[in-house]
Design a protein around this ligand. Structure first.
Ligand SMILES: *Cc1c(COP(=O)(O)O)cnc(C)c1O
Length: 400
């Protein structure tokens, strides 16, 4: 065996916040005016400018900056008209804030199976939509794997289903040159530290629907100061909804907005760098014995901020051994098939607060051997090769 050194960099290390953002943040802190509606004469309104800039970049009419991605999902569900007791279809391979958002708005999750490439299973979606009568679909583009959006749009139209997209992993990704988030009625994005822009906590709701936008702005906690937002519909739309939209306080502040405004112009560059790292890892994993990398469709433009592979050559009980062996050499893998939820990974059957958790054979089979790895931008191509060398050696040790 060739001598391969251990990997030493942390998988949780982000790049620093740009110097210009830090400078601006200090100015804002010195002014004391952090709240988005607290503006002195002539102040630059960071939150509303961010909304305008993000809406333009995303290619939508309206954008609301809020406290988190999970909050943006809840707000989107409510603004799209979900009422307590409503059934909401959702792909079962996702992260816990998704079923949590459904629970938080009083919805009833109808979990849908996935296919072997991590996309929502179209046949199961149709069957469950018809059987449940659900009128909403919360589609999570989990780990950046984008389903066939043409087929999905067709199903939603035929069955009169309102689609809300969770784009926590697809900010900047697209399907047939249309940005993820621009297919459904509304979309939610996260700017939490581990996503594609970093404000610690934060999120966006985007939509092209003026009524959904006005409801979301008022409900995000705008009191009657909604006029100070950056990407909003006309006053007459607000007049219709403002007294009917409860205040679910969840605004973004100027400080976080300033951090994000400085990062947005660099996002395309970040995406290119992510994909160089991702493509390096994917090519290596694809060539490995005992390992399968899901195929990506030509129509998809992804952002490779994390990578998933299936250790299909191993038995289920060898997966923890592989993780341990890799961890001992500095390579941090997570397992979505574990019986116990660990850190950010959990399997749908651990969300015990959901009534009638279905049996989803596709999801269980895929997750059973799915390993997940973050790809932070603080890694370089050489790091990716070292990581791949370590995984390859450790998999080989376990193969029969
Ligand atoms: C991170 C994440 C969210 C929630 O975002 P927060 O900003 O952490 O609330 C929702 N869905 C998915 C798939 C995520 O990864």
């Amino acid at each position: 065996m060739t001598d391969i050194s251990n990997f030493m960099k942390p998988f949780t290390q982000q790049e620093p916040i740009p110097a210009a953002a830090i400078e601006r943040a200090v100015e804002i802190m010195q002014s004391g005016r952090l709240h988005r509606y607290n503006l002195a004469e002539g102040d630059s309104n960071e939150a509303s400018q961010l909304e305008r800039e993000y809406a333009e970049w995303q290619g939508v009419d309206y954008c609301v900056a809020c406290t988190s991605g999970g909050y943006a999902i809840q707000l989107a569900l409510r603004a799209c008209g979900v009422m307590p007791g409503d059934k909401i279809l959702a792909n079962a391979y996702t992260l816990a804030p998704v079923p949590g958002a459904i629970h938080n708005v009083g919805g009833v999750a109808v979990l849908v199976d996935i296919d072997s490439d991590y996309h929502i299973d179209m046949a199961d979606l149709e069957a469950k939509a018809v059987a449940s009568g659900a009128r909403f679909l919360l589609l999570s583009h989990m780990r950046g794997h984008i389903a066939d959006m043409d087929r999905l749009a067709d199903i939603c139209e035929r069955l009169d289903i309102c689609m809300i997209e969770d784009c926590a992993h697809t900010m900047g990704a697209s399907w047939r040159n249309q940005r993820s988030g621009n297919f459904g009625k509304a979309a939610a994005f996260s700017t939490q530290t581990y996503k594609h822009m970093n404000s610690g906590e934060g999120g966006f709701l985007t939509t092209n629907d003026p009524v959904v936008a006005a409801r979301a702005v008022v409900s995000s906690g705008s009191y009657m100061l909604y006029g100070r937002h950056g990407a909003i519909p006309a006053e007459e739309v607000f007049a219709e909804v403002k007294l009917l939209s409860p205040n679910y306080s969840g605004r973004m502040d100027h400080l976080r907005a300033a951090l994000l405004r400085a990062q947005l112009p660099a996002i395309e560059d970040s995406i290119s760098r992510w994909n160089v790292l991702y493509d390096t890892l994917a090519a290596r994993l694809r060539a490995m014995k005992g390992v399968v990398i899901p195929s990506r469709r030509q129509e998809e433009f992804y952002v490779g901020s994390s990578i998933q592979f299936q250790a299909n050559g191993l038995k289920r009980d060898q997966i923890p051994l592989l993780m341990e062996a890799c961890a001992a050499r500095g390579v941090e893998l997570k397992w979505f098939g574990d019986d116990e939820p660990k850190a950010f990974t959990s399997r749908y059957d651990s969300w015990k607060y959901i009534d009638d958790i279905p049996h989803l054979p596709g999801t269980l089979a895929v997750l059973e051997k799915t390993l997940d790895m973050r790809v932070p931008l603080t890694f370089d191509v050489q790091d990716c090769h070292l990581i791949a060398d370590i995984i390859e050696q450790e998999v080989r040790q376990l193969l029969p």
